[in-house]
Design a protein. Structure first.
Length: 168
């Protein structure tokens, strides 16, 4: 079962919560085009100013062969509605980005979580599952910030069980 993804001022993006998408499909859905080409972020976060939305891209199973020590973040589901996520390693609580994460609701911005179990299987990039909008609950530490997000809609039960296993 999937649901429309609504961000910004009730702007519906042509993606569905609980749908599976490649990075190109996600960026195309948000209309992220630079110099006539789809932009493909090289990091796990992308701020989309047009919709005031932080797009968070999470890979649960990370290997040292594919990720640097600074990007081996510990991201995992806590429940079907709560998700533990680590920010980029340089994000401090009092930074512009850290404050945007903490105060996104009162500042009118949004957070959308895209999660996949692993980066590649058999050399093929794996799609992300759109878990939809999330709200800040709490955090601890900084550089990276360890943030707990609450999903607007529970993740599918089967995906949750697989994600728990994938995250270790």
């Amino acid at each position: 079962l999937s649901f429309p993804l609504v961000v910004g001022d009730d702007l519906e993006v042509p993606l569905r919560v609980h749908g599976s998408y490649s990075m190109s499909e996600i960026m195309g859905g948000f209309g992220v085009i630079r110099n006539g080409r789809l932009l493909s972020p090289q990091t796990g976060v992308f701020w989309h100013p047009e919709t005031k939305t932080d797009l968070l891209f999470v890979t649960l199973q990370k290997s040292e062969a594919e990720y640097s020590p600074k990007t081996l973040y510990r991201d995992y589901p806590l429940s079907e509605t709560l998700f533990h996520w680590e920010s980029q390693h340089h994000t401090a609580e009092d930074s512009t980005t850290g404050q945007r994460y903490i105060h996104h609701v009162e500042r009118g911005s949004h957070v959308v979580l895209f999660v996949r179990h692993q980066k590649k299987i058999g050399g093929v990039n794996q799609p992300y599952v759109c878990l939809g909008r999330a709200k800040y609950v709490r955090h601890q530490d900084e550089r990276p910030m360890q943030i707990t997000w609450e999903l607007e809609r529970p993740m599918p039960g089967r995906f949750f069980e697989q994600a728990k296993v994938a995250a270790g």
